[in-house]
Design a protein around this ligand. Sequence first.
Ligand SMILES: *Cc1c(COP(=O)(O)O)cnc(C)c1O
Ligand code: SF4
Length: 440
Amino acid sequence: MTKFKPTGRPNLPQIAEKLNLSADQIIDMQAVSAVLPFRVNDYVVENLIEPTDVPDDPIFQLTFPQRGMLDEVDYRHMRDLVVSGASQNDIKIAANKIREKLNPHPAGQMELNVPKLEGEVVEGMQHKYQETVLFFPSQGQTCHAYCSYCFRWAQFVGNSDLKFASKEADNLARYVRENPQVSSVLITGGDPMVMKTSILRRYIDPLLKEDLPNLHSIRIGTKALAYWPHRFVEGEDADEFLRLIEDVKAAGKHLAIMAHSSHSRELEPDIAQLAVKRVIGAGAVIRCQAPLIRKVNDNANVWAQLWRKQVQLGMIPYYMFIERDTGAKAYFEVPLIRAFKVFNEAYNQVSGLCRTVRGPSMSASPGKVLVDGVTEVGGEKVFALKFLQGRDPSWVNRIFFAKYDSKATWLDDLKPAFGEDAFFFENPVQNKSPKTIQKP
Ligand SMILES: *Cc1c(COP(=O)(O)O)cnc(C)c1O
Ligand code: SF4
């Protein structure tokens, strides 16, 4: 088996040989990856990508930079710099300019959702929905390989003031203690499973103490089951992780692995299936989520197959997301109506056990908004939308309507139906809800 190289840029000549890439394709990759993060490993290249299907192969699209991810002018500019052998510094300056145009922090992540302890901002945490805190351990802000559409891409391009990071595990436990409405901690990144178990344990152990009765569950968001399943299978560190799961269970908490699961092919290798088996065997539940991405999984049969495979392996389908408004969104986006149709067609062909999945959902500034259907009300064609999560908890499960728009790809593109001026959540003053807006 090939050994994993955890750091460093991908060895393009070596990969090019394995995947039969042309010289032009390599230059495209160099140009695009100067702007957007690129990391892949031998496991992904050798086990998940079908070389004869490149460039259309879904996992190739998932992990490799593609020319269409930059707009034509930016692409040409970067390509010229690369071909002419420009200095690293010139390339960096040009790349930074392009990055600024790509909405590095969608949904107000830098200004909103910032938790405080005694009036001081707590680094490395986000608290948007009352019951769940997100925690970004500083050593977990990278991944085994990068998804080319990643909405956290700004964290990976080496601009440290763009990072969420935390040095302090204690602050997390303290914050949970002082906020009894919090029942769930979601450890995320990047990918927390890039950390050694001993480091992960430093964050988790303080959460298992008896003085946090409000905390019911700990979740770990990861794509390691797809990109590096060996993490759960081989060696002492893998076994230690299973012990950690057992310890969380023994402390009376639920442990959920929130698996980023984009394509059924990720679950086909024996080692991936063994990883799933070991994690579930140790007492964790695996819930699966992924965005719908053009060229990766914008196909109903792919999702149906994915959900079936997940259920077959004992995993639980959880969310289908709509790609966020950041990075190379123009390359990956699909109209809301198409996302809805893909979801519906996939949902229709699977058993009820797969229908624990919810979506397609937009993680937008006011909350998680489900595109629940298209219908006609009083002769007007509308989208029926619903809050799955809301910045104001009273919005949860609330249904609202937007004018049908076949081109809309995000909540911001939508206009209220029935000639109204604004959606109810856009004008908190007139909002009938008795509660004020939740400002964590
Ligand atoms: C999705 C999400 C959560 C978790 O929501 P659940 O519906 O409980 O899975 C928490 N915080 C943020 C910011 C999220 O986007
Ligand atoms: S695994 Fe998640 S955080 Fe890492 S690159 Fe993919 S989408 Fe981004």
